[in-house]
Design a protein around this ligand. Structure first.
Ligand code: G4P
Length: 535
């Protein structure tokens, strides 16, 4: 009986949780939308309480300033709030593109995402990349088309563009009546109701007009005959093309519901949030190197998806972000650190913003716990109650900038090697070693990371380095069933072949042309654009 009650409580904790991230190209409105969500959830009381983690343009060359801002954003890395009967964990993602790798990793720890697209700009570079990651994991996506109060692209054109560029089917669940200065509101196709826009006034539940039948004359009275007819025509077309909404393809990551609104005006945000809690998935079962782990299993398991190092010399600790996948995480209980094969416990597991206390006693699947770390963790590490496995589907992406590490102080070679290994364990950069040699190459997504690494190597390890730029643009992990063919390839391409930290072979390409040429000339060699951290 006791077991049954505990079981039911545990299952209801899981069912309550919705863990997700809001993603967008910088400036599309992610911070604004996040803030509106938190206002609805009562996690903050006033607008402006969420510090934008966007790095302001003037600060892009000053990484200490950036770190200071990132420091602020640790507190808001996970924003938990209650909305209606759901407990929402909103995982923040960095706004600066040089920290894109952090964002990709965060996406491995969420169960769904809300993608914000600027109606004026449409699909942008970061949108594409982020969606690629979602597609790799079949993450369910809801699209929010923002800034309807501005003159943007025609909604049907936007849908076409998003479908084509992001390679996903869309299903509009709301539809705008004009945009820019003529914007009158949105019709909610899911609830069959109309929400009218008033730029000077916050929309409330009273502003929602139920409108089952669009041919009701009330529509003409509310928006005028011309716009009423246009809406009828648009909605007929949408229904003809898309039919009724079926949540299944959304849950499988094949189709994305679309909402229109204006985050800054808090318009269309509540509809988005209300639908989100109805259709977004609770924590799901996950694949590991050994077996599928059911979220309902009694035994605890979780993995580290992000490590935040503190650059402040007075607080050298790191925070490892643990996503709970099954069972219950408990403070002071011993868990098994699979990679190190040792038992560890945490006396001060850290809860992020918006919970009553800083230290948490327990956490359930879908929750994220901050663990103070002195260098024991790397991305992808798994904690269990004894079983040995790693969660899969945590990818490493190709860096975009490559530089050779030049050791300026040979007396500190040991410290340098240790520093390089530890810093790259945090996942901000990747370390490669010349195949059959000792040259060390660092690959990053952004220039800033090199400054950060140089600074930290000196401050934390006493190692002084300089970086020499290398003319590569992409790293591809290479495999081949035929050993001889691989050996030949390595021999001919010595200066392009390196190994990653796990000893996997990697080809560094100078340009797309070189890469295509090698792929054509070596059909037996497989070129992979991502690598699994836990194979
Ligand atoms: P991000 O986190 O995705 O980078 O975007 P953020 O929310 O910071 O929004 C980027 C800019 O777009 C901000 O203006 C914000 O006020 C504006 N914005 C957000 N939603 C809407 C909307 O629905 N309509 C319009 N017209 N603008 C919107 P900013 O001038 O860059 O910053 P701020 O000075 O307002 O903070």
């Amino acid at each position: 009986m006791f077991y049954l009650c505990r079981r039911m409580k545990y299952d209801s904790e899981i069912q309550k949780r919705r863990t997700f991230a809001i993603i967008s190209h910088p400036d599309a409105g992610k911070t604004t939308l996040t803030e509106k969500f938190l206002l609805f959830g009562g996690a903050i009381q006033v607008a402006g309480a969420v510090k934008s983690n966007k790095i302001k343009k003037h600060a892009t060359s000053d990484f200490m300033e950036i770190e200071r801002q990132r420091g602020i954003s640790v507190a808001t890395s996970v924003m938990s709030f209650q909305y209606k009967d759901k407990l929402i964990n909103l995982l923040d993602t960095p706004g600066h593109k040089d920290f894109a790798e952090d964002t990709y990793r965060t996406l491995t720890a969420v169960d769904s995402v809300v993608l914000v697209v600027d109606s004026v700009k449409g699909v942008e570079e970061q949108t594409r990349k982020l969606m690629e990651v979602c597609r790799m994991r079949d993450t369910p996506v809801i699209v929010f088309i923002n800034k309807l109060d501005r003159d943007g692209k025609i909604p049907f054109d936007l849908l076409d563009e998003i479908e084509k560029e992001l390679n996903i089917h869309l299903h509009p669940l709301s539809w705008p009546i004009n945009m820019g200065k003529d914007f009158k509101g949105v019709y909610n196709l899911y609830d069959k109701s109309l929400l009218l826009f008033n730029p000077n006034q916050k929309a409330t539940d009273e502003d929602i007009v139920p409108l089952e039948d669009l041919y009701d004359e009330q529509l003409d009275e509310l928006v005028g005959e011309k716009d009423a007819n246009q809406l009828r025509e648009d909605v007929d077309l949408i229904q003809g093309v898309y039919g009724d909404f079926d949540p299944q393809p959304y849950l499988e990551g094949k189709s994305a519901p679309v909402f229109f609104g204006s985050a800054i005006n808090n318009f269309g945000v509540k509809e988005l949030l209300d639908t989100f809690i109805r259709i977004a998935p609770p924590p799901r079962d996950l694949e590991t190197t050994k077996r599928e782990i059911s979220v309902h299993e009694d035994k605890f398991s979780g993995f580290i998806f992000k490590i935040h190092a503190n650059l402040d010399p007075r607080h050298r600790d790191r925070i490892a972000f643990l996503r709970v996948c099954s069972g219950k995480f408990e403070r002071n209980k011993y868990f098994h650190h699979v990679r190190l094969d040792k038992d560890v416990r945490f006396s001060n597991p850290y809860s992020f913003m918006a919970r009553e206390k800083d230290v948490i006693e327990e956490a359930f699947p879908g929750d994220v716990v901050g663990l103070f770390d002195t260098g024991n963790f790397k991305i992808g590490d798994t904690l269990t109650e004894g079983e040995d496995f790693y969660f899969t589907g945590i990818p490493s992406f190709s860096p975009e900038i490559f530089k050779e590490v030049i050791n300026k102080d040979p007396m500190k070679t040991k410290q340098l090697e240790k520093g390089l290994l530890q810093l790259t364990d945090e996942g901000v950069a990747q370390l490669f070693t010349q195949h059959g040699g000792n040259r060390k190459i660092i690959g990053c997504v952004g220039e800033l990371q090199f400054e950060v690494i140089q600074y930290r190597l000196l401050q934390e390890y006493g190692a002084s380095v300089q970086f020499n730029s290398l003319p590569f643009y992409k790293a591809c992990w290479i495999t081949c069933a035929d050993k001889k063919k691989m050996d030949d390839f390595i021999r001919f391409k010595t200066s392009n072949v390196v190994t990653d930290k796990d000893g996997h072979l990697v080809y560094l390409a100078q340009s797309e042309w070189y890469l295509n040429t090698e792929m054509n000339n070596n059909p037996d060699i497989k070129f992979h654009f991502t690598s699994e951290i836990n194979k």
